[in-house]
Design a protein around this ligand. Sequence first.
Ligand SMILES: NC(=O)c1ccc[n+]([C@@H]2O[C@H](COP(=O)([O-])OP(=O)(O)OC[C@H]3O[C@@H](n4cnc5c(N)ncnc54)[C@H](O)[C@@H]3O)[C@@H](O)[C@H]2O)c1
Ligand SMILES: [Zn+2]
Length: 342
Amino acid sequence: MKTLDLSLSVFSSRIIQSTREDVILKASETRGLWICDENTRNLLPLPEESILALKPGEEQKTWDNVDRILSRCVEMELDRDSVIFGLGGGVVCDMAAFAASIYKRGCGLTLVPTTLLCMVDAGIGGKTGIDYGGYKNLVGTFYPASSILIVPQFLGSLPRKELLNGIVETIKHGIIGSPELLTFMEANRDRILSGDSEITEKLIWLSLRVKSSLVEEDLYEKGRRAWLNLGHTFGHALEAHEGIGKISHGEAVAWGLERALTFGTMLGITGTGVRERILHLLSSYGCLPRFGVDAEDLISGMKQDKKKSRGAVRIIIPVREGEVTVRDYSTEELIPLFKKLG
Ligand SMILES: NC(=O)c1ccc[n+]([C@@H]2O[C@H](COP(=O)([O-])OP(=O)(O)OC[C@H]3O[C@@H](n4cnc5c(N)ncnc54)[C@H](O)[C@@H]3O)[C@@H](O)[C@H]2O)c1
Ligand SMILES: [Zn+2]
């Protein structure tokens, strides 16, 4: 039998430290459509005819808006070499990227993240998508942007609540793969919270390196990319319990990190002192919310989470700073453990 193996991984992605002026120059040189929202449209002086400004918010992550993007691409007669730009947070960037992945079977894509969360997380790694049928990110593709322009200046207008959503993901990245990032965040809290540009830039790069190295190794999440779900299995269950949109993603993930650390400590998986150190860090940034969810509700929320594997619930557990482990549990195993967890 003849066989022929094709290696078809075709993507390359470049993350570029940029200034606002660099992006303005790029916009003037490149033909394309800029997707933004009403809060991000004024971050750059773009010609009106190349902008599509959506309403802000998660509820805008819809087919209808992707349809609007595609219609504008057709109207503007964009071709495969044209570029769709996403200028915004994760909502705008996920949708712009989704549209770019399907327009003419994939056109140019440049992301310009404007939230901390999008700079260190959503903008990197090629997951695109929209919410569908009541489920978050149910429909989407893998389509990494060819360029991701990081402009820390844009965080200047970001509301504190949105900044904290990103802070929680950076703490998560520290636990997963960068003890240096944790130490840096401990040492520079005030300068990070006050938006000091040099420190913020360093924070962003320390954090995005953790995500980008996992994504580079495992774009399609067959293995270690799943580590990035640390705190999210518990966090998504909390979001489901409280009602989607009632609490911020950062609050849910911070609570999830606390639960994962407490769970790991109870089982002797998480090393001594790790839990206390991370909880102290979260609370020093004002990111340690308290919620009560009983064991049954927590498990039913986790079972709805799409990250469960074959009936088991997959939990990412910190081992020590910079190292996590993945464990699968049946619901029968988890109920007594969660009851003990309190
Ligand atoms: N693709 C991925 O791998 C990935 C990873 C994580 C999250 N996400 C997705 O990202 C989304 C959340 O992203 P987000 O936290 O960036 O939220 P978001 O995109 O909703 O932005 C938050 C708010 O901040 C506003 N905003 C953005 N930049 C601003 C700025 N510079 N100044 C003032 N206001 C600004 C937005 O208009 C919005 O109101 C979710 O839909 C989530 O599913 C995707
Ligand atoms: Zn998250």
